[in-house]
Write a protein that binds this ligand. Structure first.
Ligand code: 5AD
Ligand code: SF4
Length: 374
């Protein structure tokens, strides 16, 4: 029997799919080259923007024909979309041919549910319990091994659905992270370790005794072996001097920091609940550049946040000009049901958001062209 996993969204999801693959292989499923050859298809979904959800919905719709041809085909949908009760309901009602709708937190039970489906039940399950750290992964990213260091997010940026679908911050114990990395390196085929968390800089604050992210980085670098370490994502409000110092000092750490700014305007940053100002952000960039020469710095921006004026958007453009990022991701603001910003007055028309995102991307291209020349 064969499986096919379709993964949407961020590295966290890519890594979750490695867990799903391990679960399926423990049930004697083998990877299929094409979804047409599969006995089970799993959609690991993303809810970060409406566009991401629309893509998932379109592709699930297309499975109807496959299910008609092969009624024994099992279709499972999991990930961030199914973690929202309303969306999970919508999926079950709109696509009755889906067999399993399962939240991220329930993944460890996927095997059990597949067995139940074979007895003819449709299952819909809501988040409960904790993510099971002991489940193995089937690593699929070449010589790079993803390692989760924490789950969830406590920041509640007003535009963001993540805290609602991934829960509150929960750090893994340092010993289990270190021993996972030692195991990975012992296999001899991994040269890169990428630490994952929604907000890696606040790692360890919830542990007893507390551990800092800088400490974790230094302890990982003390492990013997020929490997490099990188991490994502950093939040500017929590990027401490000791983390910058660790990146500067440790040869094993890649000189790369992804530091989402989201906006260059203080009023918008405040409305976004980002807890830093443009000035503060620029100071961090200055510190990074002073301590880590040639550090690659990348960023995320959202344009067309509710009430954003043209002048305020221009502050984002001027920040991008000033910092000269190595690259940026630019997103049009997408209202997510349940978040604070989705209920704000002054939503910006699609057309203006599109103009702004194009302007920002054009500027980014120009900056890169100039820098490449130099
Ligand atoms: N609309 C647009 N972009 C968003 N992001 C997060 N939530 C939204 C949203 N509702 C962007 C942020 C974040 C990146 C992963 O996705 O820029 O850093
Ligand atoms: Fe979302 Fe903000 Fe948490 Fe990042 S820090 S996951 S943008 S709430």
């Amino acid at each position: 029997m064969k499986y096919f996993i379709v993964t949407y969204g961020c590295q966290m999801n890519v890594h979750d799919s490695e867990k799903i693959a391990a679960i399926l292989e423990s049930l004697d499923y083998q990877p299929a080259e094409r979804r047409e050859d599969a006995d089970i298809i799993v959609f690991n979904t993303c809810a970060i923007r409406e566009g991401a959800e629309d893509r998932v919905l379109g592709n699930i719709g297309n499975l109807k024909k496959m299910k008609k041809k092969n009624p024994d085909l099992i279709i499972a949908v999991c990930g961030c979309m199914t973690q929202k009760e309303q969306t999970a309901n919508y999926l079950m009602n709109t696509f009755p041919f889906i067999d399993i709708v399962i939240g991220t937190f329930n993944l460890p039970k996927l095997g059990e549910y597949i067995k139940a489906v074979k007895t003819g039940r449709q299952l819909q399950l809501y988040p409960e319990g904790d993510i099971d750290e002991s489940l193995p992964y089937k690593r699929t990213s070449g010589d790079n091994a993803w390692v989760n260091i924490m789950q969830g997010c406590n920041n509640f940026c007003t535009y963001c659905i993540v805290p609602y679908v991934r829960g509150r911050e929960k750090s893994r114990k340092e010993e289990s992270i270190l021993s996972e990395i030692k195991d990975i390196l012992a296999q001899g085929k991994y040269k890169k370790i990428t630490l994952l968390g929604q907000n890696v800089n606040s790692y360890g604050g919830d542990l007893e005794p507390k551990v800092t992210f800088a400490q974790l980085l230094n302890d990982i670098c003390a492990i013997d072996g020929d490997f490099t370490v990188s991490f994502m994502t950093s939040h500017p409000k929590d990027l401490t001097d000791d983390v910058i110092a660790a990146v500067a000092k440790q040869d094993k750490i890649e000189k790369y920091i992804h530091l989402p700014a989201q906006s260059g305007n203080d009023r918008i940053l405040k409305l976004m609940n980002r807890k830093y100002t443009r000035q503060h952000y620029l100071e961090i960039i200055k510190k990074i550049r002073a301590s880590i020469p040639n550090c690659r710095i990348t960023s995320d921006f959202i344009v067309g946040f509710p009430t954003e004026t043209e002048e305020e958007f221009n502050d984002t453009l001027s920040l991008v000009k000033e910092v000269r990022f190595d690259s940026i991701f630019a997103f049009m603001y997408s209202p997510r049901t349940g978040t604070v910003a989705s209920n704000m007055e002054g939503q910006i028309p699609e057309k203006i958001k599109r103009q702004r995102v194009n302007k920002l991307l054009a500027l980014e291209k120009l900056v890169q062209k100039e820098d490449n020349k130099r």
